[in-house]
Design a protein around this ligand. Structure first.
Ligand code: FAD
Ligand code: DHB
Length: 390
């Protein structure tokens, strides 16, 4: 088999890259080690920045998003006794959209299988080779168990945090890793309950952070800060609702409850691996970096990476010029570090550690964001997504 760009991983980064390349006349093959149903059922992020919505729309996969997604004009920031609304259009002229990552993935897979470039599920033993030369290849075993070789001009490693691509990059470059693990985790639930809030609520509470989000007019998505060593077995649905009600409490208002259809505990970490390239192997998305979810940046950053990468590969493969691929890692990492800082800052402001000095600093910062237009604008600009710089 031969293609121009061999793409490892059919998450949002790999699927969107394949589509953006096809729009530029560049062919690709996407290799995914899981099944279609597994990939489509994975519940993850829910907030799309303006540039993500624009990119998906330009890529021809924005129809259902525009129909079923919900445009949000702000967030509520809460601490005991106060719920303050940040109005994004007023502060920075942008909005965000609530549309689950599962739906983004389903739309991209459907478009791919509907006449797009090949997408192979349930492959195994995926191994990028000879990435330092001009003719790299990917060895893999197909779903029927046959060994295959995919010859390419370029390999894209969009295989997430646990993929095979990043180790190949770090083994062959004098790179650097940065990592921070946090002493908290999120317990996330999906519930068949109409959201009782118009905008997402990010709530500081002495017992820990809580977040009220949603997926549709009849489905709520809520999160609670828990200890990273805690087990989901310790959390009955009743205990979860009691904690959510207490942490999100406000006079005259209550959380709508309903059947919990999914619950799990997610660890939180910041992680950056640089450079995002070795020769003809380019990393994008979670393969190169992870942020804690508080700033809603993970998925959006993956989209920003592949937007840059698609333009760089267009220049390389269609114009034979290497300036943009040579700049790719540095350009992408500038945004990665901005989002890493913002996600760390939101996480640090909203999660309690039991230290009363820290709590007072957090409350002071929250009062500042709610009371100063300049401080609120800084949050709004970062949350809705800064422009992509190529
Ligand atoms: P992924 O979505 O991880 O896609 C990588 C793909 O590569 C997967 O399909 C995987 O199966 C495949 N793959 C892996 N190894 C191989 C291999 N060897 N060969 C072939 N294929 C391979 N972000 C937020 O902003 N908000 C959230 O609430 C949020 N919640 C999250 C919850 C969880 C449990 C996780 C893990 C992440 C969450 N994120 C969240 C982060 C966000 O979902 C990711 O940033 C986003 O999925 C990144 O997309 P990606 O395409 O880079 O990676
Ligand atoms: C959701 C996830 C986030 O990490 C966040 O900051 C806001 C919303 C969500 O899953 O809806």
């Amino acid at each position: 088999m031969r293609t121009q760009v061999g793409i490892i991983g059919a998450g949002p980064a790999g699927l969107l890259l394949s589509r953006l390349l096809a729009q530029r006349g560049i062919d690709s093959v996407v290799l995914e080690n899981r099944s279609r149903s597994y990939v489509e059922a994975r519940i993850r992020a829910g907030i799309l920045e303006q540039h993500t919505v624009d990119t998906l729309t330009e890529a021809g996969v924005g129809h259902r998003l525009r129909r079923e997604g919900m445009e949000h004009r702000g967030i509520h920031l809460q601490y005991p006794g106060t719920r303050h609304t940040l109005d994004f259009p007023e502060l920075c002229g942008r909005t965000v959209w609530v549309y689950g990552q599962t739906e983004v993935t389903k739309d991209l897979i459907k478009a791919q299988l509907d006449g797009g470039p090949p997408l192979l599920f349930e492959v195994s033993d995926v191994t990028p080779e000879d990435v330092d030369g001009d003719s790299p290849r990917i060895r893999f075993t197909d779903a029927e168990g046959n060994p295959q070789v995919l010859d390419c001009d370029v390999v894209a490693g969009t295989d997430g945090f646990h993929g095979v691509s990043r180790p190949v990059v770090t083994a062959g470059t004098a790179g650097q890793l940065w990592e921070r693990t946090y002493p908290y985790a999120w317990l996330g639930i999906l519930a068949d309950a109409a959201p009782s809030t118009d905008e997402l609520i990010y709530a500081w509470h002495p017992e820990g952070f809580a977040l009220y989000s949603m997926r549709s007019p009849s489905v709520s998505r809520l999160y609670l800060q828990v200890d990273p060593t805690d087990s989901i077995d310790n959390w009955s649905d009743d205990r979860i609702w009691e904690n959510l009600s207490r942490r999100l409490d406000l006079d005259g208002w209550s959380v709508n409850t309903g059947p919990v259809t999914e619950k799990s505990i997610l660890p939180m970490r910041s992680f950056v691996s640089a450079p995002m390239r070795r020769g003809r192997l380019f990393l994008a998305g979670d393969a190169a970096h992870i942020v804690p979810p508080t700033g809603a940046k993970g998925l959006n950053l993956a989209v920003a990476d592949v937007t840059l990468l698609a333009a760089a590969l267009d220049r390389l493969l269609n114009e034979r010029r290497s300036d943009l691929v040579d700049a790719y890692s540095d350009s992408a990492l500038r945004r990665v570090w901005r989002c890493t800082h913002f996600s760390w800052w939101m996480t640090s402001m909203l999660h309690t550690s039991g230290d009363d000095f820290d709590a007072q600093l957090q409350l002071s910062q929250l009062r500042r964001v709610c009371g100063s237009e300049a401080a609120a604008r800084e949050l709004a600009e970062n949350y809705t997504g800064l422009p992509i710089e190529g």
